[in-house]
Ligand binder design. Structure first.
Ligand code: ADP
Ligand code: ZN
Length: 434
C-alpha cells in the first residue's frame, strides 16, 4: 500500500476528512472572484458543507467545459497553473483541463496508490504504454510510477515490436496501458517468440471499457502469475487514478475518496439511486485547485460497493464501468450497451480478445452484428459451432437479436494507439471495420 495512513482510515474519520475538505473547497470557490464560479454557485449556501448537502449542489456537465474553453473554469489565477491536459475527445471536441503544482502532486499521489493496488512497488520496472502528451494517461501514470519509486519506462503508445524488445531487455515487471494494447503486445510477443523473455507480474489497465472475459484472456496471455487490474479516471476530474482495483479482491475499484467524492445518480432524473444500484457516477473533487469540479456527471455507468476489503483499504469501491451513457445503442427502441455483448463474446474460451460490433443501418430495420476471431488457428474448423453457441447465448441475455460472424485469427484490426474502437456503423456497402 502506498499511503496506508489514509488508505486504511476508518470510515467515520474518512467522512470527517471529506467534510472538512468540502468546507474548505466551497469557501475557496466562493472567494475565488471567478465569474464562472460566482454564476455556478449563485443561490448556493456555501456554509452548508456537510456531506449530506452534496445532493443539493448543482451538477457540472461536459458541455460546460466546452463552453468555458479553454480557461473559463479556473478557480485560481492562471499564473498558478503549471500544466494542461485534454480529454481524448471520444464523444466530441476535447476539453482542456488545468493543474496547479499541488494538483500535479495529487495526480502523482493517487496514481502511485493505484499502481500499488495492482501490486506495484519501488522494486518494479514499470513500462508505461499509455499515450504521452495532452492525454492524461501517459504522464499521469508516469508521475505515479516515479512517486512510487519504481524504474519508470516512458514507452508511450505505438510501435509494438519495439516495445516488446524493451519489455524483455529492461525486465519490466509492471505494464500500464489500455487493455486492448496489452492484448496486442501479448499477441505480438507470442508471434515474435519473446513471451519467455518477458517477466511481467501485473498490469494496470484502463481508459476504455473491458470485461471479465477480457481479463481472463489477458491474464492467460501473459502467463499464470499476471494480475490484470482495472484503473478508472477521466480528464475532467484529474485523469487516471480516480479509482483502482486491488489485486487481492478484483471485482471493483477503490475510489481515492479523500480526493474524489463519489455519488451514483439515475442518468435520466439525476436523483440518487438506491444503495448498490447501478447509475451514472458523479464526482466532486475535494482537493483540486486549478479546476475543481462539483458533482461532475461522468457519463459512466457503475455502482458503489461498500467499503472494507481484504486488502485493508477502507474506501468504497466502484464496480467495473458497465458503459457510457453516450455509448448506449438504441436498436429498435431497445437499449443495449456494447459491454453486455463483449462480456458474452469474450467469456467463450474458443474466442480471441479482439472483436467488433457493427450496427448495420442499411435496411429499414437496424441490425446488430458481432465479429469475433477464433482464439487459435486450430479452432478454424469449429467456426460454425462457435457461431451458433454465441448467438444462442446472446439471445438469452441481450433483448435483441445479435448476429455473429466468426473469423480467422488476426482478421479484425487492432489499433496500436489510443482507445480501442469497438462499435462501427454501417451505412453503405463499404465495410466500416477498418
Ligand atoms: P474521453 O471522455 O474523451 O474519452 P478521457 O480521456 O478523459 O476522455 O477518458 C475518460 C473516459 O474513459 C471515462 O469517462 C470513461 O468513459 C473511460 N474510462 C476510463 N477508464 C475506464 C475504465 N477502467 N473502464 C471503462 N471506461 C473507462
Ligand atoms: Zn481492496
Amino acid at each position: 500500500m502506498h499511503a496506508p495512513n489514509i488508505e486504511t482510515l476508518p470510515a467515520a474519520e474518512l467522512r470527517q476528512l471529506q467534510e472538512e475538505r468540502l468546507g474548505i473547497l466551497l469557501t475557496r470557490l466562493g472567494e475565488s472572484g471567478s465569474q464562472w464560479w460566482t454564476a455556478k454557485l449563485a443561490g448556493v449556501d456555501l456554509t452548508r458543507s456537510s456531506l449530506q448537502h452534496i445532493p443539493s449542489l448543482p451538477f457540472t456537465v461536459k458541455s460546460e467545459f466546452r463552453d468555458a474553453y479553454p480557461f473559463g473554469m479556473l478557480a485560481r489565477p492562471q499564473t498558478e497553473v503549471v500544466r494542461v491536459h485534454a480529454s481524448s475527445g471520444t464523444s466530441g471536441k476535447p476539453t482542456i483541463v488545468a493543474y496547479t503544482r499541488s494538483d500535479i502532486e495529487v495526480f502523482a499521489e493517487v496514481n502511485a496508490r493505484a499502481l500499488a493496488c495492482a501490486g506495484g512497488s519501488p522494486d518494479d520496472v514499470i513500462h508505461v504504454a499509455y499515450g504521452y502528451g495532452l492525454f492524461t494517461g501517459g504522464l499521469g501514470i508516469h508521475y505515479g510510477a516515479e512517486k512510487l519509486g519504481a524504474v519508470t519506462v516512458p514507452a508511450s503508445g505505438g510501435n509494438a515490436a519495439f516495445q516488446i524488445g524493451l519489455l524483455a531487455d529492461l525486465g519490466a515487471t509492471g505494464l500500464a496501458c489500455t487493455p486492448s494494447f496489452a492484448m496486442l503486445l501479448s499477441e505480438r510477443a507470442a508471434d515474435m517468440g519473446l513471451l519467455d523473455r518477458i517477466n511481467l507480474r501485473w498490469g494496470m489497465h484502463g481508459a476504455e471499457p473491458w470485461s471479465e472475459g477480457f481479463r481472463s484472456k489477458l491474464e492467460q496471455a501473459w502467463g499464470e502469475s499476471y494480475d490484470a487490474c482495472d484503473i478508472y479516471g477521466l480528464a475532467e476530474v484529474i485523469g487516471p487514478g480516480v479509482a483502482a482495483e486491488c489485486r487481492e479482491a478484483k471485482g471493483g475499484m477503490h475510489v481515492f475518496e479523500d480526493h474524489f467524492f463519489p455519488e451514483i445518480v439515475d442518468p435520466e432524473t439525476g436523483e440518487p439511486v438506491g444503495e448498490g444500484d447501478a447509475g451514472e457516477l458523479v464526482i466532486t473533487t475535494l482537493t483540486k485547485e486549478a479546476q475543481p469540479v462539483i458533482r461532475y456527471r461522468t457519463g459512466d455507468i457503475t455502482r458503489l460497493l461498500p467499503g472494507g476489503c481484504v486488502c485493508g483499504r477502507t474506501s468504497r469501491r466502484i464496480s467495473r464501468i458497465e458503459g457510457r451513457v453516450d455509448d448506449m445503442l438504441i436498436i429498435r427502441g431497445i437499449n443495449v450497451y456494447p459491454r453486455e455483448i463483449e462480456s458474452i463474446l469474450l467469456s467463450d474460451e474458443a474466442v480471441g480478445g479482439t472483436y467488433a460490433i457493427v450496427v448495420d443501418r442499411r435496411g429499414t430495420l437496424t441490425e446488430l452484428n458481432a465479429r469475433v476471431e477464433v482464439a487459435h488457428p486450430s479452432l478454424q474448423d469449429r467456426k460454425e459451432e462457435i457461431r451458433r453457441r454465441l448467438e444462442t447465448r446472446l439471445a438469452e441475455t441481450v433483448r435483441i437479436r445479435v448476429g455473429v460472424e466468426v473469423r480467422d485469427v488476426g482478421t479484425i484490426p487492432r489499433p496500436d494507439m489510443g482507445k480501442a474502437k469497438r462499435v462501427f456503423f454501417q451505412d453503405s456497402e463499404i465495410d466500416p471495420v477498418v
